[in-house]
Design a protein around this ligand. Structure first.
Ligand code: FDA
Length: 388
């Protein structure tokens, strides 16, 4: 069977590309090895899909080429996706930092994209395993459901996170097959693990959250930090994990709204015990353990100036060196991917392989937490869909 376009990967980017290409009158075959459509959309945002963010900027993305994402993001904005939601009467709401979620269920977005694909004549092959791809006059894709050819081949197979629901390294392998570089890959937006000594100290505090500012390698995120039975999680940690590399120290400001130096000085004649004082701002159980690692616990009037200075510094810069991440089984995304130097930022086409396109998470463009990764999937899918 010969089509204009074959898209491998019927996830967020693949479906958006299919809609745009189909609406231009291109014949499109969308194939996926999974039985169920767009499982990542279904499980995203706790089942409500944080489908975009009102404040999308190129600065919200990590890539070896931070400018690569600009063109596609400028041509398909959050408002463009919102208009699609409005057309399908899908209710949504805004949470912190401009994040938009479905009121009811992420499944509504999957149904919407499926309907849009169907309305422009996209053909599907689900549970379809690709055995071989080659290029002569056309791209030919050998699968367990037959052999298909097309002028354009779009790779939209996503990243490595959550292999349980079908994530594979297939897209990177296709890139390599065609001589296209892939940058180094690692799990991102992922919980971090404690070294055994920290685990012994903090593991029984699992479930406690702290509003903190967490920094690493020049990036700082002010959000909740969650202590888990393995280490640290919560939005602040997930965000900073994209900047963290093995051996790096996390700098945690436990009192980002306060001048701890001044506050502790003001209490230096008080009989209040340090832990009770800090419990005004921080969870009591956490602060008890944390203080034990920092200083002897006593009434405020028994600390020296030097000790108060040290405690204040620790409150503003608690340093933890994680042992690692919990890996792709729990990561939201893969950092790195198909090298953007090899692709056109306008069309997503490989510069040296005409007709071959890479979109979505398989590309070395990784968003912050908060709807940015779906916005990249929609925008890059839409961009390629205009040219395939
Ligand atoms: P996506 O992973 O969506 O699709 C890839 C498709 O390719 C899949 O259908 C897969 O089956 C298919 N495929 C893979 N290998 C194949 C092969 N060998 N043959 C055929 N098909 C193959 N982002 C966000 O912005 N807001 C959010 O709320 C969330 N929440 C979230 C929660 C969780 C738990 C995770 C794991 C991730 C998120 N994300 C997110 C990230 C977001 O889901 C992700 O960035 C996008 O789904 C990427 O879209 P893609 O279309 O590139 O890949």
């Amino acid at each position: 069977m010969k089509k204009d376009v074959i898209i491998i990967g019927a996830g967020a980017a693949g479906m958006m590309c299919a809609i745009e290409a189909g609406s231009r009158g291109r014949s499109v075959l969308l194939l996926d090895h999974a039985n169920k459509l767009a499982e990542k959309i279904r499980i995203s945002g706790g089942g409500r899909c944080n489908f975009t963010n009102r404040q999308v900027k190129p600065d919200n993305y990590l890539s070896q080429n931070p400018h690569y994402c600009r063109s596609a993001l400028a041509r398909f904005s959050p408002q463009d996706f919102i208009s699609l939601m409005d057309k399908h009467r899908i209710a949504y709401h805004e949470r912190n930092h401009g994040q938009l979620f479905c009121d009811d269920s992420a499944q509504q977005i999957i149904d919407m994209l499926r309907q849009e694909c169907t309305s422009v004549g996209v053909e599907w092959r689900m549970a379809c395993n690709v055995k071989k791809i080659y290029k002569n006059e056309y791209f030919t894709v050998d699968t367990d459901q037959g052999t298909f050819s097309a002028d354009s081949l779009v790779v939209a197979t996503g990243g490595l996170s959550i292999p349980q629901i079908g994530a594979t390294a297939f897209g990177y392998r296709i890139a390599e097959q065609f001589g296209i570089k892939v940058t180094s890959l690692r799990a991102a937006l992922v919980p971090l693990t404690f070294h055994p000594q920290d685990l012994t100290l903090f593991a029984d505090l699992s479930g406690i959250t702290i509003d903190a500012a967490v920094s690493c390698n020049g990036a700082t995120f002010r959000e909740n930090l969650l202590l888990t039975h393995r280490g640290l999680s919560g939005p602040a940690i997930l965000q900073v994990s994209s900047y963290w590399k093995h051996g790096d120290i996390l700098h945690i400001n436990l009192l980002p709204d306060l001048d701890a130096q001044q506050w502790l000085q003001e209490q230096k004649n008080s009989l209040i015990v340090l832990t009770n004082l800090l419990a005004q701002y921080l969870p009591k159980r956490f602060i008890q353990k944390w203080c034990e690692t920092i200083t002897p616990i006593k009434p405020m009037n028994q600390y020296s100036e030097k000790e108060l200075h040290f405690i204040a510094n620790q409150l503003h810069d608690w340093q933890i060196t994680p042992s690692g991440t919990v890996g792709y089984k729990k990561a939201e995304v893969t950092l790195g991917g198909v090298d953007t130097n090899e692709l056109s930022s306008k069309t997503m086409e490989a510069k040296n392989v005409p007709g071959l396109y890479f979109i979505g998470e398989v590309v070395d463009v990784t968003g912050h937490l908060g709807g940015f990764n779906f916005q990249w999937a929609w925008a890059s899918g839409h961009a390629a869909g205009q040219f395939v």
